[in-house]
Design a protein around this ligand. Structure first.
Ligand code: BES
Ligand code: ZN
Length: 615
């Protein structure tokens, strides 16, 4: 109780202090250190010294699969004699500070499997710049080096990084906590004919050396780099798409509504703060659907469905430009502040652009996903506020942060009214832009700004497991019709009864298939609708999962091809898990041994555990 009171108090102080949009965040971590809030996933001591700007100079060697160069940190120094950085699987060659421009001593601590190692550098109270000369290893977890064969065009190699949650330390020696926001600039040298892009503005390209600048402070999990044979095409006055040449036309068409999405988002929650919004479509091994790197969302090619039906994912990543990238979770225990707000915001963008029916379908699917996960997860992992000490932040990446978080916000909206809730959110994003907040600071803020919430049991939502009784119920007429069609098998006699169905109606149809279905039912549906060979990755994956459960092995060749090509973890986990549950571990392992070389660390890490695979 005392701890909570202290947190609330520090929240109050914080939220009433300086409003200067860039200055105010700088001491966030320092403040956290002196209060009860700590980021258990970083070794850094922000009360002593912390980075305010990072300058990166790196060369990408595709033969050796190594990034090497310098990370030069401009630091704020509180009379410190040492500064601590996080590193994982990096080679530190030498460190030079500005004091006398000489090499200084440093020590590297014991390895923790999750956090990596502390890099402690000797400095003086006068040190303002620490230059770390280093290189990555081919195994450095954030970075995936792809052979030409693993790209769409198959002509050139490719590289991308994935920083969130705590992988940035495996490609940059850095104080890797979301609670410390920094600006950065970079100079990246790449082989001839390849292009480098980052989550920053490209300022120059001279002979294969690309310069970048991010002038707004960001948490370092948002520093991102991709290198490949890329083309760019503008989609409007401040948006565009990067893709490999053979993918460009499809990507360009898929993202036609992007400008409109940005305008809709701005209309809801205020001006887009990052000038430009581009999307890069990566090779299929990208382990996520999307990653909200500022100015440049990283996206999986599995959303290119040909009919724009999976672009709500882009609405999600765009929404992070406010929730997450402006107002950022202070620690990974507060992850729902990033994702819950974003799922809510995503739904609102979709409703603006495509109407309430569409948004309701997404909400019902998200509710079903939430119920499923509530059954799977240990009870203590179903609170919004997490306690991830000693665990990987990845463990917090469940439907709880995303969907339980979103449903709490929907519940507030329903109770206080949309208009009031929208003005609250506008003020929230404005107040916390370029800052961080903890769950407790959120509670202080909302209780003050929207006192109506005091009777809504927010504490139960946040600190208790499960789903509170006041969770909104969402209905979808469209889905009701789909269910009736499925139950009555109307589709069998009257295929036309499904002719206007959208992807989400099909997903609901497939999701509602139950154990009453015989193999013959699977076959009939497959003949009618060609699910097994669907070009829509969501439909295919949902169908494969049901087929595995039912023993409909006709899908296995396509399933294998899918699992070997696609590295998106959201698809891999349920499919491999279904194979295990169906008692078909041999098939799972045989596919995995072919597929694993194509996956990024994020996915192999999860699948190795799931499949008990020792490499
Ligand atoms: N920020 C997340 C991805 C992430 C979370 C990476 C935690 C590493 C650690 C991103 O915005 C996200 O949520 N992606 C989802 C998209 C979706 C919910 C529409 C995904 O990749 O599936
Ligand atoms: Zn997200």
């Amino acid at each position: 109780m005392k701890k909570i009171a202290q947190l609330l108090l520090s929240g109050l102080i914080l939220y009433s202090c300086s409003n200067n949009q860039y200055e105010s965040n700088k001491n966030k971590r320092k403040e956290m250190e002196t209060s009860d809030i700590t980021d258990v996933h970083s070794y850094a001591h922000f009360d002593k010294a912390y980075t305010s700007h990072l300058y990166l100079e790196l060369n990408a060697d595709f033969d050796k699969k190594v990034l090497s160069g310098v990370a030069a940190h401009t630091i704020q120094n509180n009379n410190a004699t040492e500064i601590v950085f996080d590193i994982k699987d990096l080679n530190i060659n030498k460190i030079i500070t500005n004091d006398e421009g000489k090499e200084v001593e440093f020590t590297i601590g014991e390895e923790d499997l999750i956090k990596g190692r502390p890099l402690t550098v000797n400095i003086t109270p006068n040190t303002t710049r620490v230059e770390i000369h280093y290189s990555t290893n081919p195994s450095s977890e954030a970075v995936q080096w792809l052979s030409p064969q693993q790209t769409a065009d198959k002509t050139d190699p490719f590289l991308f990084t994935q920083g969130e949650a705590i992988l940035t330390r495996s490609w940059i020696p850095i104080q890797d906590s979301p609670g410390n926001k920094i600006t950065y600039s970079a100079k990246i040298t790449v082989p001839d004919s390849l292009m480098a892009v980052m989550s920053a503005k490209t300022t120059k390209n001279v002979n294969g050396t690309f310069s970048f600048e991010m002038k707004q402070p960001i948490p370092c999990y948002l520093i991102a780099l991709a290198i490949g044979k890329l083309e760019y095409k503008s989609l409007g006055k401040r948006s565009g798409v990067y893709a490999e040449p053979s993918m460009m036309e499809a990507c360009y068409n898929e993202f036609e509504d992007l400008e409109e999405m940005i305008s809709a988002a701005e209309g809801l929650y205020g001006k887009y703060a990052w000038e430009q919004y581009d999307v890069i479509v990566l090779p299929p091994s990208f382990p996520f659907g999307g990653m909200e790197n500022p100015r440049l969302t990283f996206a999986t090619p599995t959303i290119i469905a040909g009919d724009k039906s999976l672009t709500s994912l882009i609405a999600h990543e765009l929404a992070h430009s406010w929730s997450g990238n402006l107002a950022t979770n202070a620690t990974w225990d507060d992850f729902w502040l990033n994702e819950g707000f974003t799922v809510y915001f995503e739904g609102r963008i979709i409703e603006e652009l495509y109407g309430k029916d569409y948004a309701d379908m997404l909400a019902v699917l998200s509710y079903q996903g939430l119920l499923d996960e509530l059954e799977e997860l240990p009870k203590e992992d179903t609170r919004l506020k997490l306690d991830l000490e000693g665990r990987s932040p990845d463990d917090g990446m469940s439907a709880i942060a995303y969907d339980k978080g979103c449903f709490m916000l929907r519940m507030i909206e329903e109770n206080v009214g949309r208009e009031k809730f929208d003005s609250f959110l506008n003020a929230y994003f404005d107040n916390f832009k370029f800052k961080n907040l903890t769950t407790e600071e959120f509670l202080v803020y909302i209780n003050k700004e929207l006192p109506e919430v005091q009777k809504l049991n927010l504490n139960e939502w946040i600190y208790k497991p499960g789903l509170p009784a006041n969770c909104p119920k969402i209905e979808s007429d469209k889905f009701d019709k789909v269910e009736a069609n499925l139950v009555n098998k109307t589709y069998l006699d009257n295929k036309a009864s499904t002719k206007d169905w959208t992807t989400h109606e099909w997903l609901h149809f497939i999701g509602a298939i139950d154990t009453s279905w015989s193999l013959n039912d699977f076959e009939e549906a497959d003949v009618l609708f060609n699910f097994t060979t669907s070009g829509n990755s969501e439909i295919a994956a949902a169908w494969y999962e049901q087929s595995i459960k039912a023993g409909y092995k006709t899908v296995y060749p396509e399933l294998e091809a899918f699992l070997v090509r696609v590295g998106r973890r959201k698809f891999l986990t349920p499919l491999y898990r279904a194979l295990l549950k169906a008692g078909d571990k041999a098939t799972a392992l045989s596919i995995y041994s072919k597929a694993r070389p194509n996956y990024h660390f994020v996915s192999t890490n999860t699948m190795d555990k799931l499949l008990e695979f020792n490499n």
